[in-house]
Structures are given as structure tokens and as C-alpha cells.
Design a protein around this ligand. Structure first.
Ligand SMILES: *Cc1c(COP(=O)(O)O)cnc(C)c1O
Length: 395
């Protein structure tokens, strides 16, 4: 079959053609009114994405992890202690980053596939009176779980700690209302819901975090938010920005604005719901107890060689799903439905699962998943939780 690569991976994600074109336009210099204009216009767009009026959003040339590192380097001192909410590979990265900077951590342990109970966060904060920062993850991409950031924020607010959220796969997929919920700092990366290639990390900071940023004494140079703040005021950046990606970002956020952020959230809820129902109709089980809308993590059925299944789909058909990371390798596969995708992409993904399983000799009723997905999509079904639409603040 003609191979037509489609990325159903939780980053990188497919790129809209108009975004690719923006990247291909002749290079401009960054110290120009033309580029400053883009930075200026992006300020409000990005604040809208993170739903913060009070805060500012800083753009680093790096993958998402760079912004996570910037959070650690800018918010803590050598004597501080942080609390990390675990539950997956990405949450564990907060611990590794803190360790790299010599910051002590306490953890809230969460089983893979489960979401944290806000009460467990409260218990940890009661036990550890000296927590300066709580690090949380909105969508744990390794397990497909959505953590309840709104409830976590309510708990954290009762204590004198800052809440930092890895929303790398949350932004542009799930509501993240920074001001309304009281999230102090949040980060995302460009290659997930933002629909552009990897290479930009966005870090949103509300005024509540600046006291800690001023007092931080960990080594920082490239990641120094004070430099970012001072230059953003002048519509520029401290170092050479990833000019092409910033231009691409402007086009992508314009697309999001045109569709409406609320509609973007609903579209993801709708696609995720159809995928989950289709997978269940095929007799497969979901891995996440509280599934997020960016991807569906599916438990591998008994006897399925997941690696061979995924490899065949990729090599024969160009369909890319993600495997499980580390401990989850061979036990799950992940179907991402994030960013530049619509109903028909979901039907393609589900039909690929059916075909792959069929060809692997798994007893699957061809068409059952596709029919289920199609019915959900036709009815415009979305999960109950997504129905109480949080209304994004206007631009
Ligand atoms: C993708 C992802 C990251 C890591 O981002 P990189 O861009 O690979 O550095 C971190 N956290 C979550 C939840 C992610 O999905």
C-alpha cells in the first residue's frame, strides 16, 4: 500500500499546511519591527491560550522539558523543598530536575494509570510544612491520565506554596484556567496541541510567582526569567529566537482563535470520546482510570506482541501510534488525537487498530470499532465532564 505517514503520536503531531508555509517563508532578522510585531501580537494570543490576564507567557527555544527546567531554576533556592505529584514518566521528570539542581523533594505517590486524589496532596502538604513549590502534571502523557488541576489548585492555595503545572499536553486540549483556578506557573511545548513542530517551550507566569523568582538562588543563565521579562516588555527576546517557529506559532494560534478555544477543547473531548468507545467496542480495555483527551492509552490484549503490531502499522501503512514507555512497554499502546485532527482522522486511527489487530491474528470483528466511532462522531457525543463547558475569557 502507498505509505502515507500520519502521526497519531502525542508529540510531534501533524502540522497544518498553512503553518508549514509560514515556516518556509524567507528568513527575517529578529531585531526588526517586523519580528517585534509578531512578538507583540503573540502576547495576548498566548495569554488567552493559558487563560491568564494577569500573567505573561515567555517563549524559549527548546523542547517542553526546557521550560520545566526553567521552572525549577527560577522558583527555588538550595534550601527549599518541593512536592511532586507522581503517576507517570513525565511527572517523574520533575523529581529528576529537582535532583539535578540539588532541591529536596517529597512526593505524592500515584499508581500508573490512576489520577491523584486532591486529598492526598493535602495530606502531603500537611505533613511537609516547608513545601515551597508543588509540581503537578495536567495530562500524564505516559499513562493517558488527566489530573484534576482545578481541585489540586484549591488545595495548594490553602498552603503557602506555589503551584506549577506541566500542561505540555494540556494546553490547547483541556481547559486550563490559570487565573480562575489559581495556577501560578504553567508550561507547554510546541509539538502537541499547538500544532507546530518541536522546538518552542512556552512558560506562563502569574504575578504570584515573581517574589520566588526574584529570591531564587539556583544557577540560571539561558533560563533566567528576569531576562525574559525585561526583554518581552520591549517586544523582543534576550537571545536569538527560533524565528521560523515563532512565525509558525502565530499562524497556529490564529487558527485556534478562529475556531474558538472553547470549540477546540470540545473537539478534543469529542474525538477522545469516540476513540475510547471504539476501542472498548473492540473488546479492549483502557489503561487510564481518568482518561485525558489528548490520547487513548489501550491495554494490550493477551498475547499481542505490541512492538510487532506497532511496527507493522508504521512500516506497512505509515500509521504511527506510540508504545508504552519503560515499565509500560509491551503492555499498552497509545493513540493520540491531539492538535490538527478531526473526525475523519479518528476513523482512520480506529480502522488502523482494527486492521493491525486482525493482521496480528487477534480475533477482532472488522468494522465494529469504526462503526462505533462513526456513531459517536455523528451524534457529536462528548463525555459528561466536558459538557459543563468552562467558558474561556475573551481575548
Ligand atoms: C511531551 C511531554 C513532555 C516533554 O516534552 P519535550 O518536548 O519532549 O521536552 C513533558 N511532559 C508532558 C506531559 C509531555 O507530554
Amino acid at each position: 500500500m502507498l505509505k502515507k505517514p500520519i502521526l497519531f503520536t502525542p508529540g510531534p503531531t501533524p502540522i497544518p499546511p498553512e503553518v508549514s508555509l509560514a515556516e518556509a517563508t524567507p528568513m527575517i532578522h529578529h531585531r526588526t519591527p517586523e519580528f517585534s510585531r509578531i512578538i507583540y501580537e503573540l502576547k495576548d494570543d498566548l495569554k488567552h491560550l493559558f487563560q491568564t490576564q494577569e500573567g505573561e507567557v515567555y517563549t524559549f527555544s527548546s523542547s517542553g522539558t526546557g521550560a520545566m527546567e526553567a521552572c525549577v531554576a527560577n522558583l527555588l533556592t538550595k534550601k527549599d523543598k518541593a512536592l511532586v505529584i507522581l503517576g507517570g514518566k513525565f511527572a517523574e521528570r520533575w523529581v529528576e530536575l529537582c535532583e539535578a539542581y540539588g532541591v529536596k523533594t517529597a512526593t505524592v505517590d500515584v499508581k500508573y494509570g490512576e489520577a491523584v486524589e486532591p486529598a492526598a496532596v493535602e495530606e502531603a502538604l500537611k505533613k511537609n510544612k516547608d513545601i515551597k513549590v508543588v509540581f503537578a502534571t495536567q495530562c500524564e502523557t505516559s499513562t493517558g491520565v488527566l489530573h484534576d488541576i482545578e481541585s489540586i489548585a484549591k488545595v495548594v492555595k490553602k498552603y503557602s506554596a506555589l503551584l506549577v503545572v506541566d500542561a505540555i499536553t494540556g494546553v490547547g486540549v483541556h481547559p486550563l484556567l490559570m487565573d480562575a483556578w489559581g495556577v501560578d506557573v504553567a508550561v507547554t511545548g510546541s509539538q502537541k496541541g499547538c500544532m507546530i513542530p518541536p522546538g518552542l517551550a512556552l512558560l506562563a507566569v502569574r504575578p504570584t510567582a515573581w517574589e520566588a523568582i526574584e529570591k531564587a538562588d539556583l544557577p540560571r543563565y539561558y533560563w533566567d526569567l528576569r531576562k525574559m521579562r525585561d526583554t518581552l516588555k520591549k517586544d523582543t527576546t534576550p537571545f536569538t529566537p527560533a524565528i521560523s517557529l515563532v512565525r509558525a506559532l502565530k499562524v497556529a494560534v490564529d487558527m485556534i482563535k478562529k475556531e474558538g478555544l472553547e470549540n477546540v477543547w470540545q473537539r478534543h473531548a469529542h474525538m477522545a470520546h469516540a476513540t475510547r468507545e471504539a476501542v472498548k467496542a473492540l473488546g479492549l480495555e483502557l489503561y487510564a482510570q481518568r482518561p485525558c483527551n489528548i490520547l487513548t492509552a489501550v491495554k494490550a490484549p493477551k498475547g499481542l506482541d505490541v512492538e510487532a503490531f506497532l511496527k507493522r502499522l508504521k512500516n506497512e501503512y505509515g500509521i504511527w501510534f506510540a508504545e508504552g514507555q519503560e515499565e509500560m512497554k509491551g503492555k499498552i499502546f497509545r493513540i493520540a488525537h491531539v492538535g490538527y485532527m478531526n473526525d475523519f482522522d479518528i476513523l482512520t486511527a480506529v480502522s488502523a487498530v482494527e486492521r493491525g489487530l486482525y493482521e496480528a491474528g487477534y480475533p477482532v470483528e472488522i468494522g465494529k470499532g469504526v462503526a462505533t466511532a462513526q456513531k459517536c462522531l455523528l451524534k457529536g457525543e462528548i463525555p459528561k465532564e466536558a459538557k459543563k463547558k468552562p467558558v474561556p475569557a475573551p481575548l
